[in-house]
Ligand binder design. Structure first.
Ligand code: PHE
Length: 457
């Protein structure tokens, strides 16, 4: 037994390095790529935003991904146990505690939105969404999310799927699901993007997404937007990648995996944008963002296009797959911790924690209109779901990422960090250390302070 009470021999592992990379990609590619990226890009200078985003991914995102992988593989432990093992009795563990808390909170509202996606999948299967009277997709959506019970049933079904995957285990459950879903998702997205480009709105759509508005670069808010999007999209700053890294064998190489994750996650976001905007412009609709784009604008587009029922069904199945593989990683962060801490079985832990997270999501679901539920802190957002989203994405993830960067950059001996990350004494390894020491902490501090409203950039 090691000091954290884990028998190393019995700990689960990925079947292959590819399985690990696909699982990380499954975690990263989610609701964040499908609409958050495109709208953030569109609102922040299009192509100019893209250049800043790519810089953030490579200079801050991928280095912290590497730090999480290195910590996880080294300790073979969960988000909290990793810090307790490497630096017992120090405050670094705060990052892990916030990480597990974030897993509970993010999954509580992620499950609500993913439940809506399931409702739409069924809507295309039964034809209910093909023939919405007067094309009133707004009415359809609002009616649904403001009703008290039905969204909860969908959230429950989604949580059952998530729990079932984690229940089965790392290799047979999580890895297998990602190995099937991620390649299918990629292929489907590319087919849909190509179809969308043939609809006549390609020029306007691509213009909206890529046309660089260079004047945006003088606005410091653009850099902050890029940083926040990168964290959310890479599943960074909460130990999800520590947990997944902990199921790696010691000899699986890390830098290539971190680089692939950064590149593929960005590619998914770009292709999703190339799928969404040409279609929206082809039918002369307003590309306004957020939940409205996904649940009101796109169904309207599908309603008008040839083959819309099939395309709509394919699209929402794709979103569901992306959301499910992300949700599974969120649940695994909490399950891995409680399993070790209380020496419970994986099965019992998955059921118990999944059940608690479902209940935590109930206020988020009801706050959409059935009841008015909100914390009395106005700047956090105006309903409970938005508030939980704000607290985690804008506060917990950046703060967790900041601590991880400092921990790896300053808390480890440089030679240890270089060895444990597989970089060795290479130039790129040294660059990595300094990105973690200086660039990432300062940048993350800026987004964090801005998120809290303490400074306004
Ligand atoms: N990266 C996921 C997405 O883009 C969300 C997520 C965040 C998943 C943090 C796990 C951890 O939707």
């Amino acid at each position: 037994m090691d000091p954290t009470g884990n028998t190393q021999a019995g700990r689960e592992q990925w079947g292959s390095r590819l399985g690990f990379i696909l699982a990380c990609l499954g975690s990263a590619v989610g609701l964040g790529n499908i609409w958050r990226f495109s709208t953030t890009a569109g609102e922040n200078g299009g192509g100019a935003f893209l250049i800043v985003y790519l810089a953030v991914i490579f200079l801050i995102g991928i280095p912290i991904v590497m730090a999480e992988f290195t910590i996880g593989r080294k300790t073979q432990s969960d988000a909290i146990g990793s810090f307790q093992k490497l630096a017992p009795g120090t405050p670094w563990v705060l990052s892990g505690i916030m990480g597990v808390a974030s897993a509970f909170i993010i999954l509580s509202f992620y499950g609500v939105i993913a439940g809506w996606v399931m409702k739409y999948v069924l809507g295309y299967l039964t034809g209910a969404l093909t023939s919405v009277p007067d094309n009133d997709y707004t009415g359809y959506f609002v009616n649904f999310i403001t009703s008290p019970v039905e969204p909860l049933i969908w959230q429950f079904i989604f949580m059952v799927l998530t729990v079932a995957t984690v229940y089965v285990g790392v290799k047979q459950g999580i890895e297998k699901m990602n190995k099937i879903l991620m390649p299918s998702l990629g292929i489907l997205l590319i087919i849909l993007a190509i179809y969308s480009l043939t609809l006549g709105g390609a020029k306007e759509g691509l213009n909206f997404l890529f046309n660089p508005d260079w004047s945006a670069l003088t606005d410091p808010g653009v850099y902050i937007a890029a940083l926040g999007q990168a964290f959310f999209s890479l599943s960074l700053g909460m130990g999800a990648l520590i947990t997944y890294g902990s199921y790696l064998k010691k000899d699986d190489k890390l830098p290539g995996a971190a680089l692939s994750l950064g590149i593929l996650d960005t590619a998914f976001a770009l292709i999703a944008g190339i799928m969404i905007f040409p279609a929206v412009f082809a039918f002369g609709l307003d590309p306004a963002g957020g939940a409205g784009l996904l649940f009101m604008t796109l169904p309207n587009v599908f309603g008008q296009m040839t083959g819309g029922t099939i395309v709509g069904l394919a699209f929402f199945l794709l979103v569901l797959a992306a959301a499910l593989t992300s949700a599974v990683s969120l649940l695994e962060v909490a399950v891995a911790y409680f399993m070790r801490k209380f020496e419970w079985t994986r099965q019992k832990t998955a059921l118990l924690i999944g059940g608690i997270i479902f209940l935590l999501g109930v206020p988020s679901s009801l706050s959409q209109g059935a009841m008015s539920i909100a914390l009395p802190i106005g700047f956090l957002g105006d309903n409970f779901l938005d508030q939980m989203d704000y607290i985690t994405a804008n506060i917990f993830l950046p703060l967790g990422g900041l601590i991880i960067a400092l921990f790896m950059g300053w808390g480890w001996k440089k030679t240890d960090a270089l060895r444990d990350s597989d970089f060795g004494e290479s130039t790129i390894g040294i660059v990595w250390i300094w990105l973690l020491r200086i660039v990432a902490p300062i940048a993350v501090l800026l987004i964090f302070l801005n998120g809290l409203g303490w400074i306004s950039l």
